[in-house]
Ligand binder design. Sequence first.
Ligand code: VGL
Length: 193
Amino acid sequence: MSRALLIVDVQNDFTEGGALGVDGGAAVARDVTAFLAERAGDYALVVASRDWHLPMSDNGGHFATGSPPDFVNTWPVHCVSGTPGAEYHPDLDVSGVHVHVKKGQGVPAYSMFEGITDSGSGLAAVLTEQGITDVDVVGIATDYCVRASALDALGTGVAVRVLTPLVAGVAAESSQAALVEMKDAGIELVDSI
Ligand code: VGL
């Protein structure tokens, strides 16, 4: 067994005060850092993703233009590459991250598996190359990018757990629905870490 930790989108714009701030987002940053300080030894590989949208573009309809965002399919402008909002939250210690993934350059991309690593690979290939059999998923947002990343991870054939104390969602109802959907799909929800 060889396990990876996938840290989804712990970025300034997804935390309190950000363009698309999620309640509990800053706590996720702090708590993932504390978790890694104790448990890095459990992981053969640590991967972190960033939403990394194009400036001066609606990014394939992902950014609301003309009408207000619906917070389901269209969103306020967020995580524009090169802006502070797109950076990792300062309380997330990324010194132990082996692989950085960027996603959403010109398109909506909720899943980490739609992104590209700094060396130009897709995440599925990286997991295969590294012989990863199991992944734990943490980060933001439970109902969007965590959900999509965890389901895609499962689709690559690895065993998937979501560490529920280390996620935060956009809305309570859709986050709860996402957790049920993930569990029904065969993802283990770990409520005590
Ligand atoms: C996300 C909404 C829009 C996420 C990204 O990271 O979950 N949510 N873009």
